[in-house]
Write a protein that binds this ligand. Structure first.
Ligand code: NAD
Length: 479
């Protein structure tokens, strides 16, 4: 095995932590240790921030064309190492290799998209009310950025932060997940090889709460971008408030998937199962509450079970695997708790419902029916391979139930009825709505939630804007 060498990147140098602290990294499909990850000390973090501050002075002035060229070079270097990076992603995170390759490929698209979009950070001229007065609005990079991201998309979560920051002219210190460090390091190495100046990008690891507390307590960062759970997002926002650090919060969701009775049941079930069990359900936009019109509930459930039965669970490196393990052992207990609670509240387990009898953090693809709104799984984000189904009677009822939680990330509907679609467009409280598909994320469209799922977008022109500040300059020569 040729797993990535695990190091910190601080001010252009790859190294271990100055206090020699570290932690093991595991392969969740085998529970074997695959690497030893250095932790950054407070001094290392201080050095990282100071290098960001210093490098910002020149990086912000670098023409956007040059920034784009470096991003493009990094993409080409990653393409040369494509198979190795994707394989290491599967080894550290568990998802099937085909999903890892897809993620890396879309991740490169994201970087390239940001690189190009950086050239279009336009300001504007506003006609004035007086002769001889010129009014200019300019967009400028916000400053050094700090970013914290989760383990579920080791490429995407990282490139959405790095791509936007670098293209906009910001410097960045990112703390990827300690569970999936190799992918982020491979991305960092590509940028260093591509000619990124020292101090523009730092990659650090440590105890998450200690790292974020230290970084937020500094007056250097001007922007914080986080991808992870709602509770951690709220905690980070409070820390950021102290230094008025602007935030983008990409937090968890609890996405309703509504199935109306005018639809092709088999097609809807096939698309829904593929969306649900992608990355073993460890996706912030995973459909998590299946609400089916009562007249088709039995037929839809049958089709769901038929499709779910086709899923081959295994080590992501094996070619025919459709679903890998959960990220770590701790998540097995969480799944067991959701299933136990659902049964106690009257649900039926139609298939799965337990950990698999094999080495690694594997949990069976699980389908449950008659899961009422009072079950824990209908209220808390499951983040795993659990598919709970319940029925509904009317459009008004399902919209109310879809909107009932504080989450507001993604929402899905299967229907061809234009009146229902119109109703959903105006009434559904979610940052993302997909009708007859589960596609809610592309490099060129804004991705993000509302309500407790966070605010701010990544991707699209909004994604670049998140790293820019707006300034107004008024000039007159008539004195
Ligand atoms: P967790 O909240 O403990 O950790 C999620 C991520 O946040 C980790 O990668 C961790 O490094 C980081 N983190 C945790 N505490 C932090 C802190 N104080 N400062 C900075 N970063 C911190 O949860 P978990 O058990 O790893 O995963 C399960 C939960 O995480 C799910 O319920 C889900 O809501 C959430 N999650 C969300 C996303 C997403 O894309 N929105 C991704 C992964 C996990």
């Amino acid at each position: 095995m040729n797993y990535e060498k695990l190091e910190l990147l601080i001010n252009g140098t790859w190294r271990s932590g100055s206090e020699n602290k570290s932690e093991p990294v595991y392969n969740p499909a085998t529970n074997e240790i695959i690497g030893d990850l250095p932790h950054a000390s407070k001094n290392d973090l201080k050095e990282a921030l100071e290098s960001n501050k210093e490098a910002f002075k020149s990086w912000k002035k670098e023409p956007s064309l040059n920034r784009q060229k470096i991003i493009e070079n990094a993409c080409r270097i990653l393409e040369d190492k494509f198979d190795r990076v994707a394989t290491n992603l599967t080894i550290e995170m568990g998802k099937p290799l085909v999903e890892a390759k897809m993620e890396l490929s879309v991740g490169l698209d994201v970087l390239r998209w940001y690189g190009e979009e950086g050239k279009r950070a336009y300001g504007r001229l506003v006609p004035s009310r007086m002769n001889g007065l010129s009014q200019t609005v300019i967009k400028e990079p916000i400053g050094p950025v700090i970013a914290f991201v989760a383990w579920n998309f080791p490429v995407m979560n990282v490139v959405r932060k790095i791509g936007g920051a670098l293209a906009a002219g910001c410097t960045i210190t990112i703390k990827p997940s300690e569970e999936t460090p190799g992918t982020a390091i491979a991305i960092g190495r590509a940028f260093v090889e591509a000619g990124l100046p020292p101090g523009v990008l730092n990659i650090v690891f440590g105890v998450p709460s200690e790292v974020s507390e230290y970084l937020c307590s500094s007056s250097i960062p001007r922007k914080l971008s986080f991808t992870g759970s709602v509770p951690v997002g709220k905690h980070l926002q409070k820390l950021a408030a102290e230094n008025m650090i602007r935030c983008t919060m990409e937090l968890g969701g609890h996405s309703p998937l509504m199935v109306f009775d005018d639809i092709d049941i088999k097609k809807a079930a096939k698309i829904s199962v593929a969306g649900k069990f992608r990355n073993a359900g460890q996706v912030c936009v995973s459909p998590t509450r299946f609400l089916v019109q009562d007249s088709i509930k039995d037929k839809f459930t049958e089709a769901i079970i038929e499709e779910t039965n086709k899923i081959k669970v295994g080590n992501g490196l094996e070619e025919d695997t459709n679903m890998g393990p959960l990220i770590a052992e701790r998540r097995i207990d969480v799944m067991n708790e959701f299933v136990k609670d659902a049964i106690e509240s009257g649900a039926n387990v139609e298939m799965g419902g337990n950990r698999m009898n094999r080495v690694g953090s594997f949990f069976s693809p699980t389908v449950m029916t008659d899961v009422k709104d009072n079950a824990k799984i209908m209220n808390e984000e499951p983040f795993g391979p659990l598919l709970p189904i319940d029925s509904f009677k009317s459009v008004d009822e399902v919209i109310d139930r879809a909107n009932r939680l504080d989450f507001g990330l993604a929402s899905y509907a299967f229907t061809n009825d234009p009146k229902i679609i119109d109703n959903l467009r105006s009434e559904i409280q979610a940052g993302l709505l997909a009708v007859n598909s589960t596609v809610v994320s592309t490099p060129e469209t804004p991705f993000g939630g509302i309500k407790h799922s966070g605010y701010g977008s990544e991707g699209g022109i909004e994604g670049l804007d998140a790293f820019l500040v707006t300034r107004f300059i008024s000039e007159t020569y008539n004195i």
